[in-house]
Write a protein that binds this ligand. Sequence first.
Ligand code: AMP
Length: 261
Amino acid sequence: MRVARTIRELWAEPPSGRVGLVPTMGAFHDGHLSLFGAARDECDIVVVSLFVNPAQFAPDEDLARYPRDEERDARLAEAAGVDVLFAPAVEEIYPPGFGTWVDVDGVGGEGAARPGHFRGVATVCLKLFNIVRPEAAYFGQKDAQQAALLRRLVRDLNLGLELRVLPTVRDTDGLALSSRNVYLAPAERERALALPRALDAGRAAHAQGSDPVAAARAALNGLEPEYVELVGIGGATVLAAAARVGATRLIDNVILEGDLQ
Ligand code: AMP
């Protein structure tokens, strides 16, 4: 595996074959590894970007303490068969004078809860697509609203890119894997399980013809949701929710019907 720090280093020679890109912020877990595996299966060259994107963090969010361990990430990526780890410095992506931003409409509850977040996400993803020039890009269902927004970006701006959205990987207790789970104290982790359980209750209610949003809200076991809402991704409708457990903000969703692609 090659590590590229600059755009110039990324493609010393033009790549030959199908390039797959997996954008990440590092602190890899099995959710990331499932995306690397899918890209490995479907592409000739797998590029993983590792960039903790300051533009998608609000000033009061966790940018400074976001978990970082590039050495471990590089080992895991190499073992997963990644060809190139693109790990640029902030100035490589946002050089002095940078001033072009991408705003995508319809950012839903997640966008409303984190003003400016999706502007940062859409901007960095468009930049990564232009820098890496992949045929396919891989994202997780875990960030449902992000996947929906990137589908709109790809379609609206005619990016001619295949966007693959892969299922959420969970821990054995049902909690969706997230780099932010390391912030949870043991008692908080126990409380956090109410989120996937509430979404399961919503899915069960939907299967019986009742309101999934109301059922999920009723099953949150004291967790205060920022939102519980339906989101369309590709051909699927998912039930998505966000809640804070202590200082940690968690998001999760389940498919109610349809197919993510
Ligand atoms: P992040 O490093 O948190 O920005 O995530 C990078 C990619 O991994 C995004 O497309 C996420 O949606 C995806 N991802 C994060 N957690 C999971 C998970 N538990 N299962 C599947 N994909 C995930």
